[in-house]
Design a protein. Structure first.
Length: 361
C-alpha cells in the first residue's frame, strides 16, 4: 500500500430520515442497517482498509460519538479522530483533517468518503479511487467521483460533465454543479446524457485542497492555522473546542468546489446507493418475490407487498394487508408509515420533539 494515500470518512450526521432506528444518540452510521453483522461505518472502514493503510484512515464525527467510534473501530488511535464540537457542515471538518494530514505527510493524497453509502463492487471502488489518485498527479486538481444516473432522482445534486482530459483515467472537466432538480429537470439531465450524480466522494492532494481553501475561504484557513502546532498533539482537543464554532457554516460544495476552476470528475464504475431514505434501503435489499425487504425480523406476511420491515432484534413480525409501508420495530418505539411519505419523517420528528421532548428521538 502507498503510505502517501489517506482516507477521511465523514461520520458526523444524525440520519434523521431513518428514525426510529437512527437517533441523535445512536445514528445510522453506527447501526447494522443491512443485517450484515457490521455497522455502515465498520463496512466503510473495512472497504477502505483493503487499499489504504489503516493508520492513514481518519474519522470525522461529532465529539459526542467519540466513544462509539472507538468502540466500533477499536484499532483506531485518538489522533485518527477529527471531533466536531459544533455542527458547521462539511468544509471546516475537511480543512481540519487536511491540516492534520499535511502535518504528518506533506506529500499525502486524501480521499473523502461518506460513512453510510452502499457499494457492492469493492474492487471496482478501489480501482476508481486509485485512478483518482493517479489523475491528481503533481497538480492541484480536485477530483470527484460521479455516478451514472439510473433514473431521474430529485434527491441528488448533479455534475455536468465536460471535455475529456485523460483517456487513461477517464478524467473529465466539470462544466458546473447543479443543485437538486425538480423531476422534469432531472429527466432532462438524463436525456442529455452528460450528467452524473454527485456522490460526495472526493480525492485531492492535501496541498491542493488547502490551496483551494486559501483562495476561497481564507479566513477559515487563518482560523485553523492558529492551532497547527496543536494538531496531532495533546492540545488539539482544547484548540478545536475553543475555536471550531467560529468557522463559517458552509459545505465543501458551496465553499470550494463550485468556486474552483480546478475541479474534475471521473465516472464511477461501481454500483452505488447513498442509503439516504428507508425507500433507498428497501430498493437495495428487497430480493423476495413479494418485494418486501426484511432486516432481522422473522416475517409472516399475508397480502403484503413492497414493505420495508426492520426490527432491532430478531422478532416475529406479522403483516397483513399492508403494501408499500415502512415498518420499524424498536424496544421503545414502533413506526408504521407509508413509503410514499418518507420525506415527511423529518417533519414527524419535529412533531414528536414538540410533544415528547427528546425521549424518543
Amino acid at each position: 500500500m502507498d503510505v502517501n494515500n489517506y482516507a477521511v470518512i465523514m461520520a458526523g450526521g444524525i440520519g434523521s430520515r431513518f428514525w426510529p432506528m437512527s437517533t441523535t444518540e445512536f445514528p445510522k452510521q453506527f447501526i447494522d442497517m443491512l443485517g450484515t453483522g457490521k455497522s455502515l461505518l465498520q463496512q466503510t472502514f473495512s472497504r477502505l482498509a483493503k487499499f489504504i493503510p489503516e493508520e492513514n484512515i481518519l474519522i470525522l464525527t461529532n465529539d459526542r460519538y467519540k466513544a462509539l467510534t472507538l468502540e466500533q473501530l477499536p484499532g483506531l488511535t485518538e489522533k485518527q479522530l477529527v471531533l466536531e464540537p459544533a455542527m458547521r457542515n462539511t468544509a471546516p471538518c475537511i480543512l481540519l483533517a487536511a491540516l492534520k494530514i499535511e502535518k504528518w505527510n506533506p506529500n499525502a493524497k486524501m480521499l473523502v468518503a461518506p460513512s453510510d453509502h452502499w457499494i457492492e463492487d469493492e474492487s471496482a471502488f478501489a480501482r476508481d479511487v486509485m485512478k483518482s489518485f493517479k489523475a491528481i498527479g503533481e497538480t492541484n486538481r480536485l477530483i470527484t467521483l460521479g455516478i451514472k444516473p439510473t433514473f431521474p432522482n430529485t434527491g441528488y445534486g448533479y455534475i455536468e460533465v465536460g471535455a475529456i482530459v485523460s483517456s487513461e483515467t477517464g478524467l473529465r472537466e466539470v462544466n458546473q454543479f447543479r443543485e437538486k432538480p425538480d423531476y422534469e429537470t432531472a429527466k432532462a439531465f438524463l436525456a442529455e446524457g452528460n450528467f452524473l450524480w454527485n456522490a460526495g466522494i472526493f480525492a485531492w492532494s492535501v496541498s491542493g485542497i488547502i490551496n483551494a481553501f486559501q483562495t476561497n475561504l481564507p479566513s477559515m484557513v487563518a482560523l485553523f492555522k492558529e492551532g497547527v502546532s496543536f494538531l496531532n498533539e495533546e492540545g488539539e482537543a482544547a484548540f478545536v473546542q475553543k475555536n471550531y464554532a467560529r468557522a463559517e457554516n458552509i459545505s465543501i460544495d458551496f465553499g470550494i468546489l463550485e468556486k474552483s476552476d480546478s475541479v474534475f470528475v471521473i465516472k464511477a464504475s461501481f454500483d452505488w446507493n447513498d442509503l439516504g431514505t428507508w425507500g433507498a434501503l428497501h430498493d437495495k435489499i428487497a430480493t423476495r418475490p413479494d418485494e418486501n425487504a426484511v432486516v432481522r425480523a422473522i416475517p409472516h406476511l399475508r397480502e403484503a407487498t413492497g414493505n420495508m420491515i426492520l426490527s432491532e432484534k430478531e422478532k416475529l413480525i406479522v403483516v397483513d394487508g399492508l403494501n408499500d409501508y415502512i415498518i420499524v420495530d424498536k424496544e421503545e418505539s414502533l413506526l408504521i408509515f407509508p413509503k410514499k411519505k418518507e420525506q415527511e419523517i423529518k417533519q414527524l420528528l419535529a412533531e414528536l420533539k414538540n410533544k415528547f421532548g427528546n425521549k424518543y428521538i
